[in-house]
Design a protein around this ligand. Structure first.
Ligand code: ZN
Length: 476
């Protein structure tokens, strides 16, 4: 087909499209006019009619534009750039989109260098070699499935967009995007292992860091997740004398600058911007990811670094390994719980004596008099009965081993958080998705979903889906 004939035919189909639009607009006006006259129909009815009535129009416009892009793609190998041979036109592909299924005719050609059949149009449209979902639908799948079970996700997608997508397609797409999020996260973290790229990352962190000296706060914790890794093997494992383990630890942390912490008008604490890291990749995985996230958020520019966490040994090992020189603080509320354990062991659960013993000690602890608290525990240890001695000794040792992390008075004077509440709130948010009753995950599946959550919460969603905001020039 000559180019003149091609242009003429495009002009013809363009005219048909415009007259189709006019017919659609007339029909839509008629439909809306009926609702306007109908006493028992309101704005919701108008919205619904417009949303549903526009879908097919949008689908057609998308199909047309995607076909035009496919037609305009030069027949070159998208991998090596070599002109393709043995070209065959008319290979149809159906793509599920946010407006419904779209059919595209593409040209297939042979790359003599790669020794592969290629579809240049697929590469130009940024469609993967496999999968049926369009980029926008891929994003919707990732967003929804990261937040809710797939059956709910499919129902909500259909209700909000009018697009039918089976739960299994949504699940497959979300996992595919999760694996992409994992790869992207790993690339980002690997970058700071390389000295030269670390310098670049630190420079870009410097550009957004405040001019005045600032404190970086890191809170670390872990929570557990139920997985299906030994699904169906319960009986053979039991017979072999092994209990199947279905609960696994997710290690996590949150990173923010002290000046990013504030309060709502109602006095609720809020953090305007912060980083999240959650992984099933063990303590080593967390150490690697947390350090990278902290560097991206200004670790190397921070005047002071504060770590707040509970008393778990692994946490303070990570801190010693990667954040040497940081100010360490044992979560105040955990410390108080340990005092309560002693009080209840010695004076009985829920007794006035227990409360009378523990309250002054909590006051002393908050006032920075940790040495006094430890002395009180030592005195109690000497005169405690055999039945409680073990508890008192264990808790005395707990406070002694964390003595350097009990500087609550100094922390309060600096305006530092005394507890790791920000991290605990994050854990609860993740648990809301991962710990629904009867929900099981596989190790690979939940790491993918954790990576999607991290990507979303860390404000890097657009790296995963570059089309976001392209219709809004100010965000380009
Ligand atoms: Zn090639």
């Amino acid at each position: 087909m000559s180019s003149t004939a091609g242009t003429a035919s495009a002009r013809g189909s363009g005219r048909r499209y415009v007259s189709g639009l006019e017919a659609w607009a007339l029909e839509m006006e008629t439909t809306l006019a009926k609702t306007v006259e109908c006493a028992d129909q309101g704005m919701g009815h108008l919205e619904e009619q417009l949303a549903v009535g526009t879908l097919e129009l949008q689908r057609q416009a998308l199909e047309r534009a995607a076909q035009a892009k496919a037609d305009a793609t030069p027949p070159r190998c998208p991998v090596c750039g070599r002109p393709l041979t043995r070209k065959e036109r008319g290979h149809q592909r159906t793509v599920e989109t946010r407006f419904g299924p779209v059919k595209i005719q593409r040209t297939r050609g042979w790359c003599a260098r790669c020794k592969q059949w290629r579809f240049p149009a697929d590469a130009a449209l940024r469609l993967g070699e496999t999968g049926t979902a369009s980029p926008s639908l891929q994003e919707a799948a990732a967003l929804l499935v990261a937040q809710m079970p797939v059956a709910d996700a499919a129902a909500i997608l259909e209700r909000l967009t009018g697009v039918k997508c089976s739960p299994s397609t949504l699940d497959r797409e979300a996992r595919r995007q999760g694996r992409r999020a994992e790869q992207q996260r790993e690339q980002g973290n690997a970058a700071v292992q390389d000295w030269q790229r670390l310098v670049e990352v630190a420079r870009s962190a410097q550009a957004t860091a405040p001019a005045q000296p600032f404190t970086m706060v890191i809170e670390i914790d872990a929570w557990n997740i139920r997985e299906r890794d030994q699904w169906g093997q319960t009986k053979p494992l039991r017979e072999a004398g092994q209990a199947p383990s279905r609960w696994h630890w997710v290690y996590g942390a949150t990173v923010f600058r002290l000046d990013q912490r504030g309060q709502t008008a109602g006095g609720r604490p809020v953090i305007s911007e912060r980083g999240y890291v959650m992984t099933r990749g063990g303590v080593d995985g967390l150490r690697h990811m947390l350090w990278a996230e902290a560097v991206r958020r200004g670790l190397l520019q921070a005047e002071k670094v504060l770590v707040v966490a509970d008393g778990a040994v692994w946490i303070w090992n990570v801190v010693a390994d990667r954040f040497g020189g940081a100010h360490e603080l044992l979560d105040f509320y955990h410390a108080c719980q340990h005092l309560w354990t002693v009080a209840e062991a010695v004076y009985g659960e829920g007794t006035a004596e227990a409360r009378a013993w523990v309250e002054p000690l909590m006051e002393q602890l908050r006032a920075g008099k940790a040495a006094k608290v430890i002395r009180r525990l030592e005195e109690l240890e000497l005169r405690s009965e055999a039945s409680t001695a073990e508890t008192v000794t264990r808790e005395r040792q707990y406070f002694q081993s964390h003595q350097s992390r009990l500087g609550y008075a100094e922390a309060a004077a600096q305006g530092w958080p005394l507890g790791s509440g920000a991290m605990e709130a994050s854990c609860r948010q993740y648990q809301g998705r991962f710990k629904r009753p009867g929900q099981f995950w596989s190790a690979a599946g939940d790491e993918s979903l954790l990576a999607l959550h991290d990507c979303w919460r860390n404000g890097r969603w657009r790296q995963l889906f570059p089309h976001i905001g392209c219709a809004n020039p100010s965000r380009n």
